[in-house]
Design a protein around this ligand. Structure first.
Ligand SMILES: Nc1ncnc2c1ncn2[C@@H]1O[C@H](COP(=O)(O)OP(=O)(O)OP(=O)(O)O)[C@@H](O)[C@H]1O
Ligand SMILES: [Mg+2]
Length: 243
């Protein structure tokens, strides 16, 4: 389980303090698909960076599968980070490596030999349905293909937790649906805990078991959502209040 307790985070720039997160506490169960929503600038990405151990909070504690993530020594923290993968809106593939080498890169960084890492990378490439593109360079891929490659790269290390920040925002509707279908298949096959930031209600409706609404750095709502809400609903009208 992932548990944040009384988390806050300020950013200080030009003598200005931005309170990005303010007294945030909640839990995410193993294997859950957990959504974080809210308007621009409310702290969604900051929260995701804290959950994915890229950023430390100013206050509060973070229990990452029974490890104190903020107080762990550097080596333990590295071990925890290795159990996670992060998928970005803009895919973040390395332009000077071909598709197979992009996917194999996290394994190379972990010290795995070439044959094993290429075999695993190929397996993941087959899973996302792009084995024919293994020698292509990222510049030759469409947005949807690039995101599928970045999903393959995120999966190749068999992560326990998968973080996604607006994974379909830069894709057209049809391609976004394909990528969402793929994320669902990832969850069915590998059962990772998935934590996803999105401002698109269609994404939340399609994927998430539980959703947290942020407003100005605070939790406004947290819970399960209705399965029949209208995609034009306001953020406040999504929740299943019957529980
Ligand atoms: N590294 C940083 N330095 C200074 N301020 C930051 C930094 N990162 C985020 N902020 C500020 O913290 C607040 C929350 O930012 P965050 O990126 O978490 O918002 P968001 O909800 O992800 O927005 P969006 O939907 O536009 O991506 C914003 O006011 C932002 O300007
Ligand atoms: Mg953001």
């Amino acid at each position: 389980m992932l548990r944040l307790t009384h988390i806050s985070k300020n950013f200080i720039t030009n003598n200005n303090t931005v309170r990005a997160l303010d007294d945030i506490s909640f839990e995410i169960a193993p294997g859950e698909i957990f959504g974080i929503i809210g308007k621009s600038g409310v702290g969604k990405s900051t929260l995701l960076k804290i959950l994915s151990l890229q950023l430390k909070a100013d206050h509060g504690s973070y229990d990452f599968f029974n490890h104190d993530a903020f107080l762990s020594d550097a080596k333990t923290k590295q071990t925890l980070i290795k159990q996670t993968s992060y998928i970005y809106q803009n895919f973040s593939l390395l332009y000077n490596l071909n598709v197979l080498d992009n996917i194999a890169l996290p394994l190379k960084l972990n010290g795995m030999d070439k044959t094993n890492r290429e075999n695993l990378a190929l397996e993941m490439l087959e899973f996302v349905g792009l084995e024919s593109k293994k020698s292509n360079y990222p510049i030759t891929l469409s947005g949807g293909e690039a995101q599928r490659v970045s999903i393959a790269r995120a999966l190749v290390t068999n992560p326990k937790v998968l973080f996604l920040d607006e994974p379909t925002s830069s894709l057209d509707e049809e391609t976004a649906l394909e990528v969402l279908g793929l994320i669902k298949r990832v969850h069915e096959k590998f059962k990772p805990t998935i934590i996803l930031v999105s401002h698109q209600l269609s994404v939340i409706k399609f994927l998430c078991h539980k959703v947290l609404l942020l407003s100005e750095g605070k939790i406004k709502k947290l819970g399960t959502i209705k399965n029949n809400f209208d995609l034009n609903s306001s953020y406040l009208d999504l929740w299943d209040e019957s529980l």
